[in-house]
Design a protein around this ligand. Structure first.
Ligand code: MN
Ligand code: MN
Length: 451
């Protein structure tokens, strides 16, 4: 199999490195859904994308070549570049998710135990709980006051800022026969040990509440809040050869970033280009901001209407005729853990963007199985544009698999295949990607939009 590093010219290496530096900036600073959407919105506006809400309010007609975006509850987003062909012929859609595994603060998180103050959490998505102890952690999120005022919180990122964390047990105290198992309920974040002298009881908690009140946050405000505990720190080059990137949240923000960069560069495409950045994939794609939400369909209907191309049947036909890359990461083959994997069929680092014809496991259960006619078209365009890709699945037949948003969009009758960056350490606090795979994914998404 190909190792892409052998194929790159010096000028391509330079472009790739520059792209990855911007990606590292993004992934270092955007650790929640809202932070991602704020980042994408800001850049989209600077690149001539019109806010759909504004276009609707002013009844602005849209035409081919126009770029438009719509944000869903601050946590999901749709971007479209309107093509010269009528949308009834189908759209080129790339969809990725911007939520990542983490620990969410509970609605009443603050308590004191043995003169230590803790934040109680409920983990989000598939995590290995032990990986979250004894690490510097940061608190990111939004608190909404009763009057609607929003307070943004980022604590634990600046190198001079304090960090938080979950304590772990000394090995000597861990009996061999009763190996410590960290349960979800044990993921309590230590936030303080200093008493507020004037308080009568729970003095350490009282001190923490005082600190929160300096930020205009009352204890009860934590009920109307979205506060996420995430690994503290920036993305870094990884490996002595700096060939890889270690960062939090690469599942699936690496595909979100690369597909967003691809749509930014679309200029007067033939086929309408659509980029979906969705929330709640890690917990089953349910809820108002998830792929299962009617938001996306409704928004496409609104845009078609402003283009003078809407009626119910036309929209159904447009979705039916569309093509989609469900752009999500996949587990790369890890020589440290060969047992659940198949080295012949799993994705490998440095072999390019990974196409999973189907996900699912144990007899392809729950899989979206992509059509060979569609794959053949993709092969043609990717080979033509010299994009490096690999055809893979995830893990051994009776072991692997895993769901993505693919099956949801396939439900409209469109062609869908999973395509994304292979990762090591997937779902761990610090995930590893290979720089050339990140760059090839961006090139693949650009090529796909010209299909
Ligand atoms: Mn994912
Ligand atoms: Mn995931």
């Amino acid at each position: 199999m190909q190792n892409i590093w052998e194929k790159y010219s010096q000028s391509k290496l330079d472009k790739m490195e520059k792209f990855c530096n911007s990606y590292k900036d993004f992934i270092s600073n955007c650790k929640t859904e809202r932070e991602c959407i704020d980042f994408f919105t800001n850049i989209a506006q600077k690149n001539g994308f019109i806010n759909l809400e504004k276009a609707l309010a002013e009844n602005t007609k849209l035409k081919q070549g126009d770029k438009v975006y719509s944000v869903n509850m601050g946590k999901a987003m749709l971007l479209m570049v309107i093509g010269s062909e009528p949308m009834v012929k189908g759209l080129n859609i790339i969809g990725s998710h911007i939520d990542s595994p983490r620990l969410d603060l509970k609605a009443t998180p603050v308590y004191e135990n043995n003169e230590l103050c803790m934040f109680d959490t409920h983990y989000y998505g598939g995590i290995k709980k032990y990986q979250w102890t004894a690490l510097p952690l940061a608190l990111h999120g939004t608190v909404v006051k009763k009057d609607g005022t929003k307070i943004k919180v980022v604590i634990g990122e600046d190198e001079n800022d304090t960090v938080l964390g979950i304590s772990d047990l000394l090995p000597h105290l861990e009996k061999e026969k009763a190996k410590l198992e960290i349960k979800g309920e044990d993921l309590n974040v230590l936030v303080g040990s200093k008493p507020y002298l004037k308080a009568e009881k729970d003095k350490v908690k009282a001190n923490i509440l005082n600190i929160l009140s300096e930020k205009k946050i009352d204890e009860k405000d934590l009920f109307s809040a979205e506060l996420e505990i995430v690994p503290s720190g920036k993305a870094r080059d990884f490996g002595l050869d700096r060939s890889m990137i270690m960062a939090y949240g690469q599942d699936d923000r690496v595909c979100a970033y690369t597909s967003f960069c691809a749509i930014l560069e679309m200029d007067k495409p033939k086929t309408t280009s659509l980029c979906l950045l969705v929330d709640k994939e890690e917990i089953g794609s349910v809820g108002a901001t998830a792929m299962n939400s009617k938001f996306y369909e409704n928004t496409i209907a609104e845009i078609m209407n402003l283009c003078g191309q809407y009626d119910e049947l036309t929209m159904r036909r447009a979705l039916n005729k569309s093509r989609m890359l469900s752009s999500d990461v996949t587990a790369a083959y890890d020589p440290n853990y060969p047992t659940p994997m198949n080295e012949n069929t799993d994705a490998h680092l440095a072999r390019g963007i990974s196409f999973n014809k189907y996900t699912g496991s144990k007899g392809k259960e729950g899989a979206n199985d992509a059509n060979p006619e569609f794959i053949a078209k993709l092969r043609r365009i990717l080979d033509e544009k010299e994009v490096f890709y690999q055809a893979t699945e995830m893990g051994k037949v009776d072991v692997g698999g895993g769901g993505t948003i693919a099956y949801i969009m396939a439900g409209y009758g469109m062609e869908v295949i999973d395509a994304g960056v292979p990762l090591l350490n997937m779902h761990a606090p610090w995930e590893i990607s290979c720089k050339v795979d990140v760059y090839e994914s961006y090139l693949c998404y650009k090529a796909f939009y010209t299909l």
